[in-house]
Design a protein around this ligand. Structure first.
Ligand code: DAT
Ligand code: MG
Length: 140
């Protein structure tokens, strides 16, 4: 089995709350390798591309606004089945009901209800991972 790569983001809520280290700790404790880490203040252009699949949905504007509210820690994690593996570490999208033991379930909850502030992003497929790594780490 060959190692694959995924894009993980510690979103602005996670960075603001001081959870970057905790997310990196969980990735490393699971046995994945950190291939790249960079603090990025996203632009509207980057986010429009990153979240292209959600363009036109009712929450799109508030999602982009939230992602512009502060720096994001962009991470490339590497390992066998890391795409699925990190999605499992992250837990379900809604942090209120994400399973305890997961990043979102242990550390997240509803704050204002406008958009889900769920601490992390993880790519959902090999195609998404390749596309998203190219957006956040051009030239990697
Ligand atoms: P995930 O981040 O679990 O892959 P997604 O790709 O469906 O979830 O959505 C991207 C982000 O958009 C998600 O992390 C939080 C926000 N979001 C998704 N569905 C939402 C909804 N119904 N209302 C508000 N925000 C939502
Ligand atoms: Mg998604």
């Amino acid at each position: 089995p060959t190692a694959e790569r995924t894009l993980v983001l510690v979103k602005p809520d996670g960075v603001r709350r001081g959870l970057s280290g905790e997310v990196l700790r969980r990735i490393e404790a699971k046995g994945y390798r950190l291939a790249a880490v960079q603090l990025v203040h996203a632009t509207p252009e980057l986010l429009t591309q990153h979240y292209a699949e959600h363009a036109g949905k009712p929450f799109f504007g508030s999602l982009v606004e939230f992602m512009l509210s502060g720096p994001t820690l962009a991470v490339v994690a590497e390992g066998v089945r890391v795409i699925e593996g990190f999605r499992s570490l992250a837990g379900a999208t809604d942090p209120t009901t994400a399973a305890p033991g997961t990043i979102r379930g242990d550390l997240g909850r509803a704050w204002d209800g406008a958009v889900m502030q769920n601490i992390v992003h993880g790519s959902d497929s090999p195609e998404s991972a390749a596309r998203e790594i190219g957006l956040w780490f051009p030239g990697l």
